[in-house]
Design a protein around this ligand. Structure first.
Ligand code: FES
Length: 107
């Protein structure tokens, strides 16, 4: 398994069910989601053109891109509606002492 370093990005209570937030870790732009009380992190930049998925529309466990309406599965990063065909990267997330931490692969 790849080594990852976890970074604290938010208080768990700061993000309600169905909400998204843009976070930055180093030069990575990441979208953090609360889906049904569980947290997930994916690359925030859409793989189709330039738009931030954290500005999009959450429908259950799907995020719809605000620019052209492409969709991704929040839990897997899988592109699931046109015009998106390339998946977004996912990151491991854990909650510790009320804080949400996102794991970034060691470079
Ligand atoms: S930029 Fe996301 S669907 Fe086009």
């Amino acid at each position: 398994m790849t080594n990852v370093t976890f970074h604290r990005v938010a208080e768990a209570t700061a993000l309600g069910d169905g909400e998204a937030r843009h976070v930055e870790i180093g030069d990575r732009q990441i979208a953090l989601f609360n889906v049904g009380g569980s947290f997930f992190a994916i690359d925030d930049v859409c793989t189709h053109a330039f738009a931030l998925l954290s500005d999009g529309f959450v429908e259950g466990d799907i995020i719809e891109c605000p620019l052209h309406g492409g969709k991704f599965e929040i839990k897997t990063g899988k592109a699931c509606a046109a015009p998106c065909t390339e998946d977004v990267k996912t990151y491991p997330v854990k909650v510790e002492s009320g804080a949400v931490l996102v794991g970034i692969p060691a470079s």
